[in-house]
Design a protein around this ligand. Structure first.
Ligand code: AMP
Length: 230
């Protein structure tokens, strides 16, 4: 049995949210944790980017909003997440990344999950200066969505090491859109931290350090919230 198999057995399903500023490392950490717990990583940003790539009606509607760093309307987002959480692979749990982003979305999520409520909400904390540096140097593969740093040797030849796609700077990772997104985060999303603290679901995790260090901290709080006391 590999370490990951063992760990997956030791970590049952989980229903959780990851909050945190853009660039806090939510996507990277959620992908890893989802794999370990055998649950889907549901990133609304990834879903919207896939819709834009596929040219669906949703993608056509969302593209301009996303490029400007604005938020897609709540009713659109709630519908997408409601459908996604009812797919069979979400039976054991899920990790939501990028949703909810407004109080309205949090209220709708509580309705959607009324029968099987959240186990934990993690706020991945990294301050503004660090996320601005991270976002402005990140490159996202246009084929598989893998995120790299601009100076990563794996993309030195201009192609993604995983799929051969092209790592690019996202339109919403340009300076103007970054500041718009951070302002919106403070105004619309940061209040959710207090909301989830008030209802006893919040855990705070320091997002500074290596990927492994942050992951170990995240796993410790998730384990504490999902392990049934004997
Ligand atoms: P992300 O990858 O999470 O940073 O999302 C990229 C962009 O997608 C955001 O800047 C928004 O324009 C849009 N988006 C993603 N999730 C949501 C959401 N829950 N509510 C509104 N807009 C969203």
């Amino acid at each position: 049995m590999t370490f990951d198999d063992e760990a997956a057995t030791a970590h049952p399903g989980v229903r959780m949210l990851l909050l945190g500023r853009q660039g806090a490392g939510k996507g990277t950490q959620a992908t890893r944790l989802a794999q370990l717990c055998g649950v889907p990583h549901i990133s609304t940003g990834d879903m919207l980017r896939a819709a834009v790539r596929d040219g669906t009606p949703l993608g056509l509607r969302a593209k301009q909003i996303m490029d400007a760093g604005d938020l897609v309307p709540d009713e659109v987002m709630v519908g997408i997440v409601d459908d996604r959480l009812h797919l069979p692979d979400a039976d054991r749990g899920w990790i939501l990344d990028g949703f909810p982003r407004t109080v309205g979305q949090a209220v709708a999520l509580a309705d959607i999950t009324a029968r099987r409520p959240l186990d934990v909400v993690v706020d991945l904390v990294v301050d503004n200066a660090v996320v601005i540096e991270r976002i402005s140097t990140r490159r996202t593969c246009d084929g598989c969505g893998t995120v790299y740093r601009a100076d990563d040797a794996a993309i030195a030849d201009g192609t993604c090491a995983k799929c051969g796609g092209t790592p690019r700077q996202r339109d919403d990772d340009q300076p103007e859109a970054i500041s718009r997104r951070l302002v919106l985060y403070e105004r619309e999303t940061a209040p959710l931290v207090d909301h989830y603290r008030d209802v006893g679901l919040l855990e705070t995790v320091d997002g500074l350090g290596t990927e492994d260090e942050v992951f170990a901290r995240l796993l410790a709080v998730v384990d504490a919230r999902t392990t049934t006391p004997s």
